[in-house]
Design a protein around this ligand. Structure first.
Ligand code: SAH
Length: 222
């Protein structure tokens, strides 16, 4: 067993986006290690939503969140990502931690309209319940991206629960709650945390910026 501190330093040391490869139009920011572990703890320990689950990570990027879920006992993770450069990094990271057979990476555009997860499920996955995790683009450079990710998530068959990071503010909370209610899903809980965003893009002024975020736990209305 590894402890929280060891897990944090392993995740922090993972290869991730750098100023030379990060693509701003895709809002590529590595999920902060503390926030990743926070999500793993909330989903895996508090709600038992990771062990033995098939986890799907939308916008998997360099794999921090996917690999965190594997450390918390996920059966298997399917990471969906549009950018091949990020997928290559995620693949190397999985290998480094011995999770190469447990992290499957699909190159695809996450969108509510055309979603292709189904074809990746194999026989052993079929009796597993599905948990979706994601740190989607917050919609700052790609307007509406966060909602598109949520709508794509609820369209995946057999999803039990979604964990998703969004910028913390009251308007966002109200907006996401309303949108989910309209499609018969519900924001069951919100957990506040923070992320440190390193200086990746030219317009960043500070070397590190603290951003307050919420982790949403979203479920279908029974
Ligand atoms: N958890 C990831 C970072 C998520 S940042 C990590 O640890 O690295 C958001 C990710 O969503 C980026 O990797 C970005 O390339 C991806 N993305 C943005 N738009 C997308 C789309 N339409 N379809 C799939 N992935 C997308």
């Amino acid at each position: 067993m590894i402890n929280r501190k060891q897990l944090l330093s392993m995740i922090e040391e993972m290869e991730t986006f750098s100023p030379s490869n990060a693509k701003i139009k895709l809002e590529q920011y590595a999920t902060d290690a503390i926030a990743s572990v926070e999500l793993g703890f909330i989903a895996g320990i508090m709600h038992a939503d990771l062990q033995e689950r098939l986890v799907i990570d939308l916008g998997a990027g360099t794999g921090r969140l996917s690999i965190t879920c594997l450390f918390f006992g996920a059966w298997r993770v399917i990471g969906v990502e549009i950018d091949l450069d990020a997928i290559k990094i995620a693949r190397d990271n999985a290998k480094k931690f011995g999770f190469d057979d447990k992290l499957d990476l699909i190159i695809a555009n996450v969108s509510p309209e055309k979603f292709i997860i189904r074809r990746k499920l194999n026989k052993d996955d079929l009796d597993k319940e599905i948990t979706i995790v994601m740190n989607p683009p917050f919609g700052v450079h790609d307007k509406g991206a966060d909602l598109r990710f949520l709508m794509a998530a609820i369209n995946v068959p057999r999803v039990r629960v979604i964990y998703s990071f969004h910028l913390k503010n009251e308007r966002n909370r109200q907006y996401i709650r309303n949108k989910m209610e309209k499609v018969n899903w519900e924001v069951v809980s919100l957990y506040q945390t923070e992320m440190f965003i390193p200086r990746l893009y030219k317009f960043h002024e500070k070397t590190r910026k603290k951003v307050e975020v919420d982790i949403y736990r979203i479920m279908p209305v029974e």
